[in-house]
Write a new protein. Structure first.
Length: 298
């Protein structure tokens, strides 16, 4: 039966739908079994029954037409699915862009009540993503933090202007009021269960906590503080040192680094998560580049 195997192999192509009929003068059972095993749809003995042969050919033709129709239908569905996936991908890009813009607008709403600028908001996101990358976070995690970190001060929308914009020292009562903005921010942002918003809520609540336990509002210490909040805390301090404020001039990159790494009476290295501080030191030139490329308008 080697000749039959060669014929079957020649017919066995993936892009062809076929049926073949085995016709022979040898009617032994073994020949029938071998033919069927190799894919014969019918087995006919000579002399041929022409009426039966015509019926077989008609059935084979109908089978081939039906199978080709199924194949074309499946290919059409695959093409339609591929087109839909392209459309969905484009839609998702549009939604992501709109979502990012909405987050930026929300962050900017807090800054309208604060002397800080829109450039500050953008820088915070870029610093945070850069630092997270230095810490080994995935690209998706870094992007999430880039969107979430600028919302850290959104709770300031609930802080009275008389307190928020006061240029002199705050009274004890005013300081208590100011310290409520992390909780206000958390209340606003935790209304959503989207991952970026839940991360932003954790950052808003914890970005004034300190590694040594001396922060607020809950006095958390060490690993009790979410790492995304620890990252935001450090880059926010860096940007504040680099920026002009009503009560101080802008510092150089070197001056800001010295205060963060050595302390100055108000800021101390013990305030910051050690691995975040180490990564910040490693990536300090990237931080400087971000500030210089997104500097506040004169």
């Amino acid at each position: 039966m080697q000749w039959l195997e060669r014929i079957a192999k020649d017919l066995d192509t993936k892009d062809r739908i076929r049926r073949f009929v085995f016709m022979t003068g040898n009617g032994d059972t073994r020949s029938v079994i071998d033919a069927m095993r190799l894919g014969a749809s019918e087995f006919m003995l000579k002399p041929l029954d022409l009426v039966r042969l015509e019926d077989i050919m008609m059935e084979a033709r109908e089978f081939v037409i039906s199978e080709r129709f199924k194949l074309l239908n499946a290919q059409a569905k695959e093409a339609q699915l591929a087109a839909s996936e392209v459309e969905i991908s484009a839609l998702n890009r549009g939604i992501k862009k709109a979502y990012a813009e909405a987050l930026a607008c929300l962050a900017r709403a807090a800054e309208y009540k604060d002397p800080e600028t829109g450039a500050h908001i953008t820088r915070i996101g870029e610093y945070a993503a850069c630092l997270a990358s230095e810490l080994g976070w995935s690209a998706d995690q870094c992007e999430m933090l880039r969107l979430a970190a600028p919302l850290h001060d959104v709770g300031k929308v609930a802080t009275p202007d008389a307190v928020l914009l006061k240029e002199g020292p705050l009274t004890d009562d005013e300081f208590v009021t100011m310290r409520k903005h992390p909780e206000f921010g958390y209340e606003v942002l935790s209304m959503s269960d989207y991952p970026v918003m839940t991360m932003a809520a954790r950052i808003a609540l914890n970005h004034h906590e300190r590694w040594d336990g001396g922060g607020y509002p809950r006095g958390l210490k060490g690993n009790e503080i979410p790492i995304e909040a620890s990252i935001t805390t450090l880059v926010d301090v860096y940007d504040a040192l680099r920026s002009v404020r009503p009560y101080k001039p802008a510092m150089t990159h070197e001056q800001a680094m010295r205060i963060i790494l050595e302390g100055d009476g108000r800021t101390h290295p013990d305030h910051f998560r050690p691995d975040v501080l180490k990564a910040f030191k490693t990536a300090n030139q990237a931080m400087n580049a971000i500030f210089e490329s997104m500097a506040d308008p004169e």
